[in-house]
Ligand binder design. Structure first.
Ligand code: GAR
Length: 210
């Protein structure tokens, strides 16, 4: 399965995907920013990179059309958004329906959008986390593939909480891609995902422990 990863910055989720030993071929890493640090990491890991700078295009439709051309030039069967910080046009999302994933730093459907960690702290939730999901036109609302929960500690700042969540993003994103590559993941008619061959019942996480 040929996979293209889209990034805008640091690229730590991209790196986790590239280093996970997945049974896929990473065709390219594409960024909307030439200065994205992740591009350098991708090159060091021997993966081809490309930049499609949004500032070179008059609007979202024109940008997304060019981005799709570049993605399709790599014959991508799966597109992984990994900190790709752009709103995508409906046409672009529909073109990759059922074959585009995103990782989001919250337990969706809670805290869609930005500043998820500060908002989780402000809301006083005791569990927070991350989600890997299929991308649909509605922001952060597509079928959920996997989630990881972490405790929120009294001493947490948005930064410490973000770091605890990020470590889990790096676990569940490669896991989700592996399930897809192995053909274990299916979509139900009502838009939920179903994992074949899942037997172990996961541990319950209670926070705080008292
Ligand atoms: C990650 O925490 C990812 O979940 C988040 O941006 C960060 C990118 O970090 N994505 C979003 O907020 C998308 N709505 P990375 O570049 O080190 O992977």
């Amino acid at each position: 399965m040929r996979v293209v990863i889209l990034i805008s910055g640091r690229g730590s989720n991209m790196e986790a995907l590239l280093r996970a030993g997945l049974p896929v071929e990473f065709a390219a890493v594409i960024s909307n920013k030439a200065e994205a640090e992740g591009l350098k990491i991708a090159r060091e890991l021997g993966v081809e990179t490309a930049v499609v700078n949004h500032k070179d295009y008059p609007g979202r439709e024109a940008y997304d059309a060019r981005l799709a051309e570049v993605i399709d030039g790599y014959a991508a069967e799966l597109v992984c958004l990994a900190g790709f910080m752009r709103i995508l046009s409906d046409g672009f999302v529909q073109r990759y329906a059922g074959r585009m994933l995103n990782v989001h730093p919250s337990l969706l459907p809670a805290f869609t959008g930005l500043d998820t960690h500060a908002r989780a702290l402000a809301a006083g939730v005791k569990l927070h986390g991350c989600t890997v999901h299929y991308v649909t036109p509605e922001l952060d609302a597509g079928p959920i593939i996997a989630q990881a929960a972490v405790p929120v500690l009294e001493t947490d700042t948005a930064e410490t909480l973000a770091a605890r969540v990020l470590a889990q993003e790096h676990r569940i994103y490669p896991q989700a891609v592996r399930w897809i590559a192995e053909g274990r993941l299916s979509l139900t008619a009502d838009g939920r995902t179903c994992l074949q061959g899942s037997q172990a019942e996961p541990a319950v996480l209670i926070s705080p422990q008292g």
